[in-house]
Ligand binder design. Structure first.
Ligand SMILES: NC(=O)c1ccc[n+]([C@@H]2O[C@H](COP(=O)([O-])OP(=O)(O)OC[C@H]3O[C@@H](n4cnc5c(N)ncnc54)[C@H](OP(=O)(O)O)[C@@H]3O)[C@@H](O)[C@H]2O)c1
Length: 289
């Protein structure tokens, strides 16, 4: 495992495990436990995934089994838009996530979207960070112009920005902006999120065969070699294990360039951040009363 060092000196593993859309509690708990057993130490959930409780249970079980200590884990969650209405709601949301996870602190907490009053929500994040409830704070889905304005305004700059990035959406400008402000990039949907066809792509299959690896391993490796933290999701034990074995090979500059050439730019296939209807859907989505 390799690590990135955040602007506050905290080490973050470059590969973690995501649990988006794993709504069944037992399946979520089992998958997280399998991931921790396989060697993952970073787990990525969110209040809006409604599985923080299952993640917390898996974490406690892994610690009880002696697989790892709490200090070795890096648990991430995110504040949902509903709670980004004002400072007080945001402050409460942080405590609710901690309570639901059953944790005394989170290693990283993110604003899930640049929606509603994200500046007030950020001030609540800054205060929770100063109080030690959050070891690091960051944002998600902050496009370059939004991140720039944000970094030029806030007191504590975000330490991480979690954005969609994979070979079909390389996000070069987003990475350059994050680099400029010392923000560590983290890739959601690093395998394409099931919306592209990397696993049947001839070029990717060729690179994978040349390294004795799978396409999934190659595209995860491509992102970490660009300095991007990856958080692939799977509910299948063999894929969970396969996705973790990306540390024993290196892609050449030529491989890297070929993989990057798949870039299609912003497609808005899953989340449509430039579509008013999508924004209304997010701002209207309630995860609690
Ligand atoms: N901040 C945000 O707005 C945001 C948005 C989306 C996601 N995320 C985070 O990012 C994480 C990853 O993104 P994601 O879950 O959307 O997409 P992903 O990890 O790119 O892809 C997951 C899909 O790929 C399949 N898969 C996994 N490993 C595979 C392999 N080795 N070979 C073939 N197929 C494989 C999974 O199926 P099986 O499960 O059936 O194996 C699942 O359908 C999420 O879980 C979540 O934590 C954040």
């Amino acid at each position: 495992m390799e690590y990135k060092v955040l602007s506050n000196g905290i080490k973050v593993p470059m590969e973690g495990f995501g649990v988006f859309q794993v709504r069944d509690k037992e399946e979520c708990k089992r998958s997280v436990l399998e991931a921790i057993r396989a060697g993952y130490r970073l787990i990525d959930t969110a209040a809006s995934y409604t599985n923080e409780d299952a993640v917390g249970e898996a974490v406690r079980e892994a610690i009880a089994e002696g697989i790892c200590t709490r200090e070795e884990l890096f648990i991430t969650s995110k504040m949902w838009v509903q709670d980004m209405q004002n400072y007080d709601m945001a402050k409460k949301a942080i405590d609710t996530s901690l309570h639901t996870l059953g944790l005394e602190y989170l290693d990283l907490y993110l604003l899930h979207q640049a929606m509603k009053d994200y500046f007030s929500a950020w001030r609540a994040m800054e205060d929770a960070y100063r109080e030690g409830k959050l070891r690091a704070i960051g944002v998600s889905n902050f496009y370059p112009h939004i991140l720039t304005n944000f970094c030029e305004t806030v007191e504590i700059r975000p330490m991480v920005n979690q954005v969609e990035t994979h070979p079909y959406f390389t996000q070069e400008q987003a990475l350059a902006t994050m680099n400029y402000y010392g923000v560590v990039p983290e890739a959601w949907a690093p395998l394409g999120g099931g919306r592209y066809s990397p696993f049947t792509d001839e070029m990717l299959l060729g690179i994978a065969a040349a390294h004795g690896k799978s396409v999934g391993q190659v595209i995860l490796r491509w992102n970490v070699q660009r300095g991007v933290v990856v958080i692939p999701k799977s509910t299948h034990k063999e894929r969970i294990e396969e996705n973790f074995h990306i540390w024993d090979f290196t892609l050449s500059d030529e491989d890297m360039a070929k993989i990057s050439s798949l870039d299609m730019g912003y497609q808005g296939t899953a989340v449509k951040h430039f579509d008013p209807e999508f924004i209304r859907m997010c701002t209207g989505r309630k995860i609690h009363d």
